[in-house]
Design a protein around this ligand. Structure first.
Ligand code: ATP
Ligand code: MG
Length: 343
């Protein structure tokens, strides 16, 4: 029987932040460790997605390699035969498949994507590209090429995952069982042991998610921040005037965000962490705990990054890309035949 595939990626438009780690990298690594004997683990860098919003082109290549190194430093077991690391643009079938899928996507359907609306409103009309509009379709291609069933992504990607499911079902209905339909969001969360979709908020603006492409240095903990600077950002986090600690996302988003970060970094259930702090009136105590956890986490991570053997990682990367091209081209050929491009 074929192994089920778990897949995720972080684009390399900018340095990843704590939200990326807690929302995408940490659950993926936990799954990789738990399931690498029984599942295929595809952890890639969607480098073609990286310039759907403005980025520095000169350093894109290096940032992509940095992301791969980050996965390894965070504990991805790349030695395991079922674990695959690769760069999207090194597997050209992604782009080809995206074009085909795009021709089966309604304009109105794509136009409903909230992430596009959010990002385009931040960018201003002259900087919004067709690439940004189309990217959920490229993401569908990233998933469907590998028959991936499990996609541990953050809450912001939920709608894109739904679009992927719709496209897979649509093409299967028309052409026969070509694609594996990824599981729905609810079962995805259960699979990665997360009750609700996770969204780490900005420390400065707790009503907005921590984001790579938004300029919010005081609200964002970058994974390459100097650990003591990151701790200072936590100490200066925006809270509220309630004066008592509660896990209450609606009325106390800043405090709830800190409780959430603390729970995930200590790998404890949020209810447990919240219970220990609920009713306390000293916000500074909670901030100090989280600041200490963040500082320790970054110090360890950055030490591991420094000690990696780059040539070994490159070897794994190239091997991953070779085998991914074989798998992806096979799937591409199936759809090319179905729609009349190949005999
Ligand atoms: P950008 O603003 O450039 O889109 P991003 O921070 O949203 O950057 P992505 O590369 O788009 O990062 O997303 C990579 C992964 O990280 C996705 O699975 C996404 O759901 C997750 N993620 C991003 N931001 C957060 C966040 N604040 N909390 C939890 N998960 C997040
Ligand atoms: Mg994003």
């Amino acid at each position: 029987m074929n192994k089920e595939t778990i897949l995720t990626g972080i684009r390399s438009n900018d340095t990843p932040h704590l939200g990326n780690y807690l929302g995408a990298i940490q659950p993926m690594i936990q799954s990789a460790i738990k399931y690498s004997k029984t599942h295929c683990i595809n952890m890639f860098v969607p480098d073609l997605h990286s310039f759907t919003t403005p980025t520095e082109y000169d350093s894109l290549f290096d940032r992509t390699l940095q992301n791969i190194k980050l996965y390894v430093a965070c504990g991805l077991p790349i030695e395991h035969e079922n674990v695959n690391i690769y760069r999207q643009s090194y597997v050209p079938a992604h782009s080809e498949m995206a074009w085909i899928l795009g021709c089966f996507t309604g304009f109105g359907e794509a136009n409903r994507m909230v992430e596009f609306k959010d990002k385009s409103s931040q960018l201003g009309d002259d900087r919004v590209s067709v690439g940004l509009f189309n990217y959920p379709i490229l993401m569908a291609s990233d998933i469907l090429l590998y028959d991936a069933k499990w996609i541990p992504v953050g809450e912001d990607q939920r709608q894109h995952l739904e679009l992927t499911r719709t496209l897979a079902q649509r093409l299967n209905n028309q052409f026969g069982e070509i694609f594996t339909v990824p599981n729905d969001t609810k079962s995805q969360q259960k699979f990665i042991d997360r009750d609700s979709s996770l969204r780490i908020m900005s420390l400065k603006h707790p009503d907005k998610k921590m984001s790579k492409s938004i300029n919010d240095p005081a609200g964002t903990i970058l994974l390459n921040d100097i650990p003591s600077d990151a701790a200072k950002k936590v100490m200066a986090a925006t809270t509220d005037s309630v004066g008592v600690i509660n896990l209450d996302w609606e009325n106390q988003p800043g405090i709830s965000n800190l409780l959430c970060i603390s729970a995930l970094l200590s790998e404890k259930p949020i209810e447990e962490v919240a219970k220990a702090m609920t009713g306390k009136t000293n916000y500074g105590e909670l901030k100090s705990i989280v600041a200490g956890q963040v500082e320790e986490f970054l110090t360890n991570l950055q030490t591991k990054m420094k000690n990696l053997d780059d040539s070994k990682i490159l070897g794994h990367l190239e091997a991953g890309e070779k085998s991914m091209n074989i798998i992806a081209n096979k799937k591409l050929l199936q759809i090319q035949k179905a729609i009349g491009l190949r005999k």
